[in-house]
Design a protein around this ligand. Structure first.
Ligand SMILES: NC(=O)c1ccc[n+]([C@@H]2O[C@H](COP(=O)([O-])OP(=O)(O)OC[C@H]3O[C@@H](n4cnc5c(N)ncnc54)[C@H](OP(=O)(O)O)[C@@H]3O)[C@@H](O)[C@H]2O)c1
Length: 303
């Protein structure tokens, strides 16, 4: 039986990965995250607390569990926070990934890691995997450094870059879709930029791509993005439509109106042909992903 170690299992992507793997019988899965307990019932899921910045803890957990693959869904993900908390961001997004590459080398495991469109400058997206990265903010710089650490580590690896991840999870930070939906549900007006373009990605698609890239024994970089290129404003309008909420509460603004701490790639987005052909996937478009999200929120009744 293959052994899978999930890092960052309490996050949006980590939870989804864990749930999707929980129904498979061919794997022994060990979930880990920085918190003392797992968001799901520990009776059903094996869970260990693991701070991946702690080199010796990573090393000893890997040598006792002997994973065949490490799925890294952990990271410092708040882009503006990262800009002003550089030391902590580097530790989680780069040093911790080096800890994982060292552990993977030691036990002969593959590392499957998640990166971002923020490795690009957003001048001329959508991007394929051949384009030279050029990050414009600190978060993107650390994610590119993590990619480079993995690519030069001499271990089997996959790097999945994704963009504007959305979905539901227990106690997850409000991703863009949830922020839009929650505000509109409580009748609040929101200001949404119409000059940031990308293809928002349903979390289940990234989790499935991680699993498939392991099962199909793939290597290298893959771009994972939703089946539609659109602005944040148009995405919010679609969310209002799918959730039957008042779209007139959504006000169109420009990124320059926001004074965000970190610069954003403006014309971004991913060309996903490589993942479609090599992983055999079709990525959900916005209406499909938001409809799934609606069903999930109806069932769990919270985010
Ligand atoms: N969200 C997006 O739009 C987006 C877009 C492109 C790529 N990505 C990438 O996708 C991946 C997953 O993102 P996500 O949205 O699922 O993020 P998330 O919900 O913030 O999950 C990340 C998880 O990692 C945990 N973590 C932080 N530091 C850790 C450490 N030292 N050891 C172990 N766990 C730690 C976090 O715990 P705490 O919450 O307690 O800190 C959190 O549970 C990340 O690599 C991110 O860079 C995200």
């Amino acid at each position: 039986m293959k052994r899978i170690l999930i890092c960052g299992a309490n996050g949006l992507l980590g939870q989804r990965l864990s749930l999707m793997l929980s129904t498979q019988t061919d794997y022994e899965v060990l979930n880990t995250s920085i918190e003392r307990s797992f968001v799901f019932d520990n009776m059903l899921f094996d869970y260990n607390q693991l701070d991946i910045t702690n080199r010796s803890d990573v090393k000893s957990l890997a040598s006792s569990f002997q994973p065949n693959v490490i799925f890294n869904a952990a990271g410092a993900t708040n882009v503006d926070w990262c800009e002003s908390n550089r030391e902590e961001t580097w530790k989680v997004n780069v040093t911790a990934v080096e800890n994982l590459t060292d552990a993977a080398r030691k036990v002969g495991a593959k590392l499957i890691h998640v990166s971002t469109d923020y490795v690009f400058d957003g001048k001329n997206g959508p991007y394929n995997e051949e384009v030279q990265p050029h990050p414009i903010g600190y978060y993107g710089r650390t994610k590119l450094a993590s990619e480079n650490a993995i690519r030069t580590a001499g271990i089997p690896n996959v790097i999945l870059r994704t963009i504007v991840l959305y979905g539901s999870g227990i106690g997850v930070k409000a991703n863009f879709a949830l922020w839009v939906i929650n505000n509109l549900k409580s009748g609040k007006q929101i200001n949404v930029v119409d000059d940031q373009i990308g293809n928002p990605t349903y979390v289940g698609d990234v989790a499935l791509a991680m699993i498939k890239s392991f099962e199909l024994n793939r290597e290298g970089i893959f771009h994972i993005g939703g089946g539609e290129q659109l602005s944040r404003y148009d995405f919010a309008i679609q969310a209002a439509k799918v959730f039957d909420l008042d779209a007139s509460l959504i006000k169109r603004i420009k990124t320059s109106d926001l004074n965000q701490a970190s610069p954003r790639p403006m014309v971004s987005g991913f060309i996903t042909l490589k993942a479609e052909t090599q992983l055999g996937m079709r990525f959900l478009n916005t209406a499909e992903g938001l409809t799934l999200l609606k069903h999930e929120l109806q069932h769990i009744g919270r985010n």
